[in-house]
Design a protein around this ligand. Structure first.
Ligand SMILES: C[S@@+](CC[C@H](N)C(=O)[O-])C[C@H]1O[C@@H](n2cnc3c(N)ncnc32)[C@H](O)[C@@H]1O
Length: 248
């Protein structure tokens, strides 16, 4: 039976939105920055660790003239990206765990590298090096934007309280019937067209999720400056999450 790509995208979005009620807001902030740096020219975007292609789908609605490359190590989610996007998108399987991911790119010189809720799966030493590799695939003046769990170091007490509040809201959503992360994966893994690929990603990530590394904003800004970015700062914040931008 054919895969219902739209339904899987909708349930992916719903499941992610329980963790991030302001998910669309952060995507909109990222796309504003893309519009700003491309100033009317067709944007060439790399959707890094892009999974189902959430960012690329929104980019192409806003900018039908854009071209995008969705890169991820998880070939089950890439099946959804491939089935949902059109010829304006290239879908690439590659693991960011080594610098060899660049060999899989169809081109470099991107206007923007965008990533969301993904790079906390990568250990800090590797992430520092990855920031340098991301800079290298941007054109001069291009922008790298990462939206992720990224606390403000100056607010530890408020952060702890916000963390409790967010967990209470999530529990209330699950009590009201919202689908959980493991629940979504169990259902997706039972989809015959992707069952083998879901088993492959479970082996790759050592279970249903890789370990999380959650350094604060200052760590990211220092790492970006060390990687040679010319300008760095936040373009969006919501509770414990933020999006930084770094200009080459
Ligand atoms: C929570 S999803 C977010 C996907 C998308 N940005 C979104 O917001 O819907 C995190 C993604 O990071 C990808 N990822 C994690 N570690 C990776 C790695 N080492 N190489 C490539 N992709 C990775 C996962 O496969 C997954 O698709």
């Amino acid at each position: 039976m054919a895969v219902d790509y739209a339904a899987w995208q909708a349930s992916w979005d719903a499941q992610q939105t329980v963790f991030m009620p302001d998910r669309e807001e952060r995507f909109a902030a990222m796309l504003d920055a893309v519009e700003a740096v491309t100033a009317g020219r067709p944007p060439r975007v790399l959707d890094l660790a892009g999974g189902t292609g959430s960012i690329s789908l929104r980019l192409l609605v806003r900018r039908p003239d854009a071209r995008t490359v969705v890169l991820d190590a998880d070939r089950s989610l890439l099946t959804l990206a491939r089935g949902s996007l059109d010829e304006r998108a290239e879908v690439v399987a590659a693991n960011l765990g080594t610098p060899r991911w660049r060999e899989q790119l169809p081109h470099e010189g991107f206007d923007a590298v965008l990533t969301a809720t993904a790079l906390h799966w990568i250990a800090p030493d590797r992430l520092r090096a990855l920031y340098g590799e991301i800079r290298a695939v941007l054109r001069d003046g291009g922008v790298f934007i990462n939206a992720d769990h990224m606390k403000d170091d100056g607010l530890p007490t408020l952060n702890a309280a916000l963390d409790r509040l967010e967990k209470q809201r999530q529990e209330a959503a699950y009590a009201g019937g919202a689908e959980t992360w493991p629940g979504w994966w169990e259902r997706f893994g039972a989809e015959p067209a992707v069952a083998d690929l879901v088993r492959e990603r479970n082996e790759l990530f050592g279970g249903d999720h890789a370990e999380s590394h959650l350094p604060p904003v200052s760590w990211h800004l220092n790492a970006l400056q060390a990687a040679g970015f010319a300008e760095t700062g936040l373009i969006w914040r919501g509770h414990l999450d933020a999006a930084f931008a770094a200009l080459r």
